[in-house]
Design a protein around this ligand. Structure first.
Ligand SMILES: Nc1ncnc2c1ncn2[C@@H]1O[C@H](COP(=O)(O)OP(=O)(O)OP(=O)(O)O)[C@@H](O)[C@H]1O
Length: 217
C-alpha cells in the first residue's frame, strides 16, 4: 500500500440538516487511527456513515491523497477504499456463514476461486475456524460480531471505518481484535473507529459533545 492521507476540511455532519458538533479539521495518514468517542447521540455513527459515503456532509469536505480505487484509478470517494463495519453485522441470520462471507468477498471484488481460502482464513483470524457451515443465526451475538469483523479481512482495503466494532466481544476477542487492528495499521492501513470502550490501538482522538437536548445532568 502506498502512503494515503485523508483530510477532513471543516467537515460538519448531521441529521435532517441539523449539525452534530463542531466542524472537524484533521488529517489522518497511513498507519494512523482516529478514535471517535462521545455520549449516546453525539453523532459518532453519523460521522462514520458520512465518511463511508452513506450520508452527505452538511458542510466541508473529505480529501483523499495517494489512494487508488480497486480499478487502479485514483480514488475520489472514501467509500472506494474503505471497509464499513456498522452496528449491524451485514450477515443474514438464516443463511450459512460461508455463503454470507463468500457473498461479501465477491461484493468487495474478490476472485471467486479465492473465496473459500479467504473465508476460512478470515474465520481463523477471528477465532472461528471450522464454523463456516453453520447458520449465522446459530452463532452467539459475540460470534456473529467476530464473523462480521472477518469481513474486514476478506479483501484488503486500506481504510477501516468501524462503528463500535468490539461491542458484544469478550475480553479475549477484544484482545484478538486489537492485534488485528494493530497489524492493519502496521501494514500501512488507516482506521476510523467510533467506540465507547478502549480498542487497544493508539490514535488521534476526537470527543464529540452530547447533543443539546441531552446536555443536562
Ligand atoms: N435515521 C435517522 N434519522 C434522523 N435522525 C437520526 C437518525 N439516526 C440518528 N439520528 C439522530 O442523530 C443523532 C446522532 O446519532 P448517532 O447515531 O450518530 O449517535 P452516536 O454518537 O453514534 O450514538 P450511540 O453512542 O448511541 O451509538 C441523534 O440525535 C439521533 O437521534
Amino acid at each position: 500500500m502506498g502512503a494515503i492521507t485523508i483530510t477532513l476540511e471543516g467537515l460538519t455532519t448531521g441529521r435532517g440538516g441539523e449539525a452534530l458538533g463542531a466542524p472537524l479539521d484533521l488529517r489522518l495518514a497511513s498507519g494512523e487511527a482516529l478514535i471517535v468517542t462521545g455520549p449516546n447521540g453525539a453523532g459518532k455513527s453519523t460521522l462514520i456513515r458520512t465518511l463511508a459515503g452513506l450520508l452527505p456532509p452538511l458542510r466541508g469536505q473529505v480529501r483523499l491523497g495517494g489512494a487508488l480505487a480497486p480499478d487502479g484509478e485514483p480514488a475520489r470517494q472514501v467509500g472506494e477504499i474503505a471497509h464499513y463495519l456498522g452496528h449491524r453485522n451485514g450477515l443474514r441470520a438464516g443463511a450459512r456463514l460461508f455463503d454470507e462471507l463468500a457473498f461479501w468477498h465477491r461484493f468487495l471484488g474478490g476472485e471467486s476461486r479465492e473465496a473459500t481460502g479467504a473465508v476460512e482464513a478470515g474465520l481463523e483470524a477471528v477465532g472461528l475456524p471450522g464454523l463456516s457451515g453453520l447458520s449465522v443465526g446459530h452463532l452467539s451475538s459475540g460470534q456473529q460480531r467476530r464473523a462480521a469483523i472477518a469481513r474486514l479481512l476478506l479483501v484488503p482495503r486500506p481504510l477501516w471505518l468501524l462503528d463500535e466494532p468490539t461491542a458484544a466481544l469478550d475480553a479475549k476477542s477484544q484482545a484478538r481484535f486489537a492485534r488485528l487492528a494493530q497489524a492493519h495499521l502496521e501494514g500501512g492501513g488507516l482506521i476510523v473507529a467510533a467506540t465507547h470502550q478502549p480498542l487497544g490501538v493508539e490514535g488521534l482522538r476526537v470527543e464529540l459533545a452530547a447533543p443539546p437536548q441531552e446536555d443536562r445532568p
